[in-house]
Ligand binder design. Sequence first.
Ligand code: 4FV
Length: 273
Amino acid sequence: MRIDVISLFPEFVAQCAAFGVVGRAGERGLLSLHGWNPRDYAEGNYRRVDDRPFGGGPGMVMLIEPLRASLRAARDADPAPAKVIYLSPQGAPLTQAKVRELAGRERLILLCGRYEGVDERLIQAEVDEEISIGDYVLSGGELAAAVVVDAVARLREGVLNDAESAVQDSFEDGLLDCPHYTRPVEHELGPVPGVLMSGNHAQIARWRRMQALGRTWQRRPDLLDEATLSKADRKLLAEFREQLAVAAPDAGANATVDSVAVNPGCAQGTRND
Ligand code: 4FV
């Protein structure tokens, strides 16, 4: 996969993508990242890339031509067609589903704004899609571009080794992830849920699914409305809620009863007994 980044600080995204599985993907040629700086295409001895907003108001706006020229150079750098994504708070929220869609493409061009943003005429003429990583204002689109590069790269074939890809990531099926435990089994902070030490993989999968459903219900009910739950899922969620009601009768949905308490068969039994 090839990703071109249009940015006044192209090394920013390159640095972010130089570590861990994404860094390894680059070394193994599974991902090629290329930066293009609009200032390299700016005219005049000041090489302006921004100017004051028409209509007045604070801040500056990025000029059309330096961006257009750097976009053209990025497009011409590889014959494969590229989807141009502009990262901005006005974009559609980035979701795992969108990440999966983008990971299916051979080329992306990520346009990073700075200042107040980019001249709207450039967006209308050159941008295929606007994406936001969240309802807050960053000082530049680079961090958002780095998020896209990381989330997309890890879904590319061969980037995650089996162990890594086996992990059922959050949101893969629209639910939050279940809790995770590792050594030591006993710790002053509490035991590991017994079911995880049982070796009974069916029971473990059931427990993890119940936890994913329960935590999504507790923390992100909006996701539950989106998710398609099977009959078995609804039964598991009902069981989670019953156990929660037993474990913390007066605590209601937002009870942060740790998963041990809502799990019969916990090594030490429930903390509340
Ligand atoms: C942003 C976001 C974001 C807005 C003005 C860059 C900044 C500045 N991008 N998701 N949230 N961009 O805050 O993607 O130009």
